[in-house]
Design a protein around this ligand. Sequence first.
Ligand code: FDP
Length: 338
Amino acid sequence: MPFPNTSVITIERFIMDQERRHPAATGELSNLLYDIALGAKIIASAVRRAGLINILGSANSVNIQGEEQQQLDVFANDALKNSMSHTGRVCVMASEEDEEVIPIAEDIPHGKYAVLFDPLDGSSNIDNNNPVGTIFSIYRRITMEGHGTLTDVLQPGRSQIAAGYVMYGSSVMLVYTTGNGVHGFTLDPTIGEFVLSHRDIRIPETGKYYSINESYFARWSKGMQQAVRGLHGDFPSRIKGKNSRYIGALVADFHRNLISGGIFLYPGETGRPQGKLRLCYEASPLAMVAEHAGGAATDGLNRILDMVPATLHQRTPLVIGSKHDVEFVAEMLREHES
Ligand code: FDP
């Protein structure tokens, strides 16, 4: 068997190199990113073993969204909390799986960052061995000291200082940005490290794919129906038709479109005008990644990163991905819904 490459760039080395470019940096954000990477490795090992150790299936509890929690959801939520709660780098956390903000214990120093996460996105994919993901978002705290509060986590997406996701697929990838490019790391299971595999990811301006759950077609607005017809290729003078791909796990659909070019849509619909996805845990962090890779993200009218959440679990329609494709959909919505 060939020996592994000894000059790989691990995520630690990469983050450290980036930090050296900012002489004022204290290293705390770098350490927080390692903490998240550690949580991701723990989740990755559980996802990989899920079928074997029989932790698939329901944990018999219902989360704040009214969805049945899977055991792996509970595990992933705990893994992330535990990887960050004792370090003194974080003042408060919020998780898609918890109703309220997650405080840091009294006896632990309260750090300057607020972290939000969706520990196991796409969890309906768990039982059939399809990809799932983790999404995270980091803000600098606004409150001055002590316990972090809701104010620290209800900031507009443009205030994020880092955001990213982990995809547990045929390989495990961590993709993040701190505002200096979007970088991807693949977990090398032989050494247990995330190694740099995709430096400075740029999303093609026009994509090959569109991803949407078309079974909801009849419930969309006229504008959205026309936009999707355009993506099918019905208006060739305005946009070239695309290929359809829908995994049903946001991270996996987003990741494919980020690398190959494409657009993901989860619109509002009759009876559910804000759609399904959460602004704080899904839309905002992926919008930061998309924009820093040269893409765009909107709710149809507003730039996602400008939206100020009023509540922790607020939902939003989401149109995200290649810039020209997102612009096309926004135009169709404006034309038909003004
Ligand atoms: P899931 O419910 O399986 O956790 O945010 C939730 C999410 O998955 C996204 O990952 C995914 O893109 C979407 O919901 C799928 O929803 P539909 O089944 O309604 O298409």
